[in-house]
Design a protein around this ligand. Structure first.
Ligand SMILES: Nc1nc2c(ncn2[C@@H]2O[C@H](COP(=O)(O)OP(=O)(O)OP(=O)(O)O)[C@@H](O)[C@H]2O)c(=O)[nH]1
Ligand SMILES: [Mg+2]
Length: 531
């Protein structure tokens, strides 16, 4: 197959939404249609001991929420699909935002009862900034919820974007009968599934079939025809280019849990979603069809496999071909290195990758050489743009409950900070460790992982700080004087850079006025030095 063909058959997308809209459930069902798993475990089905494939972390299984994004690869209708399930909770949005830099499109889930929720709106804004094409799926149609017309209006009003329903629901909740596909003029008929773990074949009838009325009942039949004439009367024809430009959301209806509407969604995703797009580097735009290999690291995850305690760096390939055993140029470190153990994921299940192409996401073994945002190439000094950096807003002191385990604690904190899960600060004159995070739940996750992955019990003691500022100055002496005066509030970050912890906004203003020779930075700009 030619290089260009390989790229054209790739789709790389993320599933986004407010917590609990059903992203992980949908991920499972997409995998089911991709033939990647035979039996979808049910999210939160604790008793059955079957867990969602993408919620692999022990903590995620316990709480039934996703705390970290997870990458999966499968094949569908001769297309190579890279799918990323993201956490919905805002405390983990750092991870989700970074993930969005690695995909070419997004699938937005909306809970039929809740409509467009706060976190969906935020994530949508991030996509809009990047002009990411978005498809919408109204989920949980097996439950009572808002009217379809109202939901579309809500999307258009709240998200300020045009919609085009490709499928249209017939009833909802207990009276949900199926969906009408406006592009094929066929109705897929729904029946509550007995077994939700298998791929299901649903009956399909043309909308003008005399059998349809008998199947869905007179009233539903009448409503459907009324709805269709309203829809056709109101809007324009579907415009693929507007979707690709990020100006229009094609909308689908269904139920992830009942595996209904998932096949149609996947079929159109493959048909319509963009194949790998070009990526902006500081130096130039890199097209996916270029021959030389390039890519960037958007996520690092330690201890995915409890038996191996290894660390994986997730690489989005931007151009060219990736081959197992190849050497690549690590731009930040200015040296060539071999990319070890390239891996593709089905959550816990991994397989080694022999070759991969632009658009693919590959995990590579990371012995501690990568940082989030690092670029790789065949030798060109490229710095891919767009990985956001976040300023921590919540701080705690780590209290070690087992004094003999400080070495393990340090190791754990170092690794989790390299992963980007937390920022570690060490006070100048105290033998302590402070942690800074964007969302408070991250602290729970760190405490849990320190215990589960490094065997150390800790207590997290809240600190009064609300912000950190990295301090620098062209005048060394002034910087030294300041750091000395402020020694009780100054810490070194994991790179040894001095950062001032602040409890009030006004204090920053005060320092800025009093020390004009100093600069106070919101981030450490640690990521590739260019963030
Ligand atoms: N009735 C019904 N319930 C659903 C459907 N899809 C998902 N659910 C349920 O909704 C709950 C949340 O589902 P998840 O898939 O974990 O949601 P999520 O979006 O991944 O949540 P976070 O990762 O925490 O943001 C679970 O109890 C699911 O079983 C559906 O189509 N119908
Ligand atoms: Mg989830």
């Amino acid at each position: 197959m030619t290089h260009e063909k390989e790229i054209r058959r790739r789709r790389t997308f993320a599933i986004i939404s407010h917590p609990d809209a059903g992203k992980t459930t949908m991920t499972e069902k997409l995998l089911l249609y991709g033939g990647a798993i035979n039996l979808a475990g049910s999210v939160k089905a604790k008793k059955s001991k079957k867990f969602a494939t993408s919620d692999w972390m022990e903590l995620e299984k316990q709480r039934g929420i996703s705390v970290t994004s997870s990458v999966m690869k499968f094949t569908y209708l001769d297309h190579e699909i890279n799918l990323i399930d993201t956490p919905g909770h805002q405390d983990f949005s750092e991870d989700t935002y970074r993930t969005l830099t690695a995909v070419d499109s997004a699938l937005m889930l909306i809970d039929v009862a809740n409509g467009v929720e706060a976190q969906t709106k935020k994530l949508f804004e991030v996509c809009r900034l990047r002009h990411t094409p978005i498809m919408g799926f109204i989920n949980k149609m097996d439950r009572d919820g808002k009217e379809a017309f109202d939901l579309l209006e809500e999307i258009e009003q709240v998200l300020q974007i045009a919609t085009y329903p490709i499928t249209w629901p017939i009833g909802s909740g207990g009276l949900f009968k199926g969906v009408y596909n406006r592009l094929t003029q066929q109705v897929q008929l729904y029946e509550p599934a007995m077994d939700r773990t298998k791929k299901l074949d649903w009956d399909v009838l043309p909308v003008d079939s005399p059998l349809l009325e008998a199947r869905i009942g007179h009233e539903a039949y009448q409503t459907l025809h009324d709805d269709i004439s309203l829809l056709e009367g109101a809007g324009d024809a579907f415009d693929l280019n507007r979707y690709l430009a990020g100006e229009l959301v094609p909308v689908f209806f269904g139920s992830a849990l009942q595996t209904f509407g998932v096949d149609t969604l996947l079929q159109y995703l493959v048909e319509m979603a963009p194949s790998p797009l070009s990526r902006e580097a500081v130096e130039r735009t890199v097209s996916a069809t270029e021959t030389p290999f390039t890519g960037f690291i958007f996520k690092i995850q330690a201890n995915m496999d409890p038996n191996h305690r290894d660390r994986v760096a997730f690489l989005r390939i931007c151009s060219g071909q990736f081959l197992r055993g190849m050497k690549a140029f690590h731009v930040r470190e200015k040296r060539h290195l071999r990319l070890g153990r390239p891996t593709q994921f089905m959550a816990q299940d991994r397989s080694l990758v022999d070759e991969a192409f632009a658009g693919d996401i590959v995990g590579i073994h990371d012995p501690g050489i990568f940082k989030i945002g690092d670029s790789l190439s065949e030798g060109e000094a490229l710095h891919f743009k767009g990985i956001p950096v976040f300023a921590p807003e919540h701080f705690v002191r780590v209290q070690l409950l087992e004094p003999l385990k400080s070495k393990q604690l340090n190791k754990g904190l170092d690794q989790l900070s390299e992963e980007g899960a937390v920022q570690v600060f060490r006070p100048l004159h105290r033998n302590d460790q402070y942690l800074g995070v964007v969302g408070v739940l991250q602290i729970d996750v760190v405490a849990y992982r320190i215990q589960a992955e490094y065997g150390v019990d800790v207590k997290m003691v809240p600190l009064p700080y609300t912000a950190a500022r990295w301090v620098s100055s062209g005048e060394d002496l002034k910087l030294k004087t300041f750091l000395h005066e402020q020694q009780n509030n100054v810490c070194l970050d994991s790179h040894g850079q001095p950062a001032l912890l602040l409890d009030h906004d006004w204090r920053l203003k005060f320092h800025q006025e009093r020390y004009p020779a100093l600069q106070f930075h919101t981030t450490s700009e640690m990521l590739t030095g260019l963030a």
